[in-house]
Design a protein around this ligand. Structure first.
Ligand code: NDP
Length: 454
């Protein structure tokens, strides 16, 4: 049997890679891991964690206003300091990165702070010049923001830079209509910037349930976000004032202080030596894997965003653990990508699991239960904001095929509703669960009349 330097060498120190490295090391395997930037990956360094901290920060502007309805008076107009927020956020990210590093050390993983590429089916080459052999190589290099190639694109930022802008922009143009675009529209708006969201089609959050899309975008518009549909920047110019002039595809012009492209992410496989080693990539550049995350080269596996299956942190972690079960514990496990609950931290927030009404209808006859209402909090705050709760139910199977929530706490609610939906709960199971009163979530178990078919 060949003798290798490592049983496993992981390229990429994000959520999926670090989890796989630690779990494999705990089985007694000799594990190496290389990370070229900071440990923690997109989620910790420039994704989920800093984004959520910024969402919290941005929500205070409404909280100050809402407090007045409950008898509070805020003596002077609250002010916000961008530099303080960014510094506090950076300190927290550094703390978390330290935990990631310490956990790797504690489990005996040899980590290398260097770029690594695949030299062959069993070899990894580091930018330091070192080469290591490994019985198994795991690619966990994540994704990278995609920016379209238009004149002046160098003046725009992506979700890599947006977390560390030197100052808060007064006006922001966000391009795109997905998770990142909609979440940052809420962040900048809440922090007091003037936000325009330009999306090339006719309604943001493509792929989500239609009621959820229309409800969320209408609530976001009420908060002051300007949506420009059928709109795509064609050219960006920097003005003498430091602002930017953006020419849209339809010839119209717009002036702004920040152009932020949130136009999706691509798998990070460029220059990794994968194709040279015989690893097949998909047309989109992702590592092509089977149900066990194995690539077309048997000794090379891949997990997380680089495989372009479901670009979500908890999914990457599960893929990493399933890989360890399969390769190091002798129990082949295929990661389960079905009925994954997710939250979009828009304002108001989205929580969703299962099928949209449109996708469910394409499969079987359904009943729809839907309720929109003003949350109790806003009876006194006076805020004109409504929640949405929706259940998509199989007419014959009675199973809850989809659960969609828009409103405060939707992300927290959908984690628990997700358990029921994953277990195959029926509408009647929801109905015989006693309501928790007074909450918004109780609506999920009290909707009795299906929406009349039109
Ligand atoms: P998404 O794929 O969600 O959205 C990309 C958006 O950019 C779409 O609206 C797309 O339009 C648009 N777009 C793509 N190319 C162009 C182009 N050339 N010109 C104009 N518009 C374009 O990507 P995100 O970057 O927002 O998020 C990436 C992934 O990260 C998400 O899918 C999600 O899995 C994950 N994520 C999860 C979060 C969470 O869990 N809360 C938060 C943030 C990200 P179209 O609809 O027409 O294709």
């Amino acid at each position: 049997m060949a003798d290798y330097d490592f049983d496993l060498f992981v390229i990429g120190g994000g959520s999926g890679g670090v989890r796989a490295a630690r779990m494999a090391a705990l089985t007694g395997a000799r594990v190496g891991l290389a990370e070229e930037f900071r440990y923690g990956g997109t989620c910790v360094i420039r994704g989920c964690v800093p984004k959520k901290l910024m969402v919290y920060a941005s929500a205070f502007s409404e909280a100050f206003e809402d407090a007045e309805g409950f008898g509070w008076s805020v003596p002077q107009k609250p002010t916000f300091d961008w530099t303080s927020l960014i510094a506090a956020k950076d300190a927290e990210i550094t703390r978390l990165e330290g935990i990631y590093r310490a956990n790797l050390d504690r489990t005996g993983v040899h980590s290398f702070s260097a770029r690594a590429t695949v030299a062959s089916a069993h070899e990894v080459r580091l930018a330091t010049g070192e080469t290591f052999s490994a019985r198994t190589i795991l690619i966990a290099t994540g994704g990278w923001p995609f920016m379209p190639d238009i004149p002046g694109i160098e003046h725009a930022v992506s979700s890599n830079e947006v977390f560390n802008l030197p100052a808060q922009p007064r006006r922001v143009l966000i391009v795109g209509g997905g998770y990142v675009a909609c979440e940052f529209a809420g962040i900048f708006n809440g922090l007091g910037s003037e936000v325009t969201l330009a999306y090339r089609r006719d309604l943001v959050l493509r792929g989500f349930d239609m009621d959820l899309r229309t409800h969320t975008s209408a609530e976001m518009a009420k908060k002051g976000i300007a949506f420009r549909y059928g709109a795509e920047p064609a050219r960006i110019e920097r003005l003498e004032s430091g602002a930017f002039a953006v020419e849209m595809g339809d010839g119209r012009h717009l002036e702004t202080d920040l152009v932020f492209f949130a136009t999706g992410r691509v798998p990070n496989t460029k220059g990794l030596g994968l194709e040279e080693a015989g690893v097949a990539l998909t047309p989109g550049g992702a590592v092509q894997v089977d149900a066990y995350s194995q690539s077309t080269v048997p000794s090379i596996y891949a997990v997380g965003d680089v495989t372009d299956r479901l670009a979500l942190t908890p999914v990457a972690i599960r893929e990493g653990m399933a890989f360890v079960d399969t390769v190091f514990r002798g129990t082949p496990v295929s990661p389960d990508h079905d009925l994954v609950p997710t939250a979009v931290f828009t304002q108001p927030e989205i929580g969703t699991v299962g099928l949209s009404e449109e996708d469910a209808r394409a499969l079987e006859p359904v009943e729809i239960y839907r309720s929109t209402f003003r949350a109790m909090m806003h009876t006194l705050s006076g805020r004109d904001e409504r929640m949405l709760m929706k259940l998509v139910v199989g007419k014959e199977s009675r199973r809850v095929l989809g659960c969609h929530i828009v409103g405060h706490g939707a992300g927290e609610m959908i984690q628990l509703a997700g358990v029921a939906v994953k277990m195959g709960a029926t509408k009647e199971d929801f109905d015989r669960t006693c309501a928790v009163h007074p909450t918004a979530a109780e609506e999920l178990v009290t909707m009795r009349e299906p929406v009349a078919e039109t």
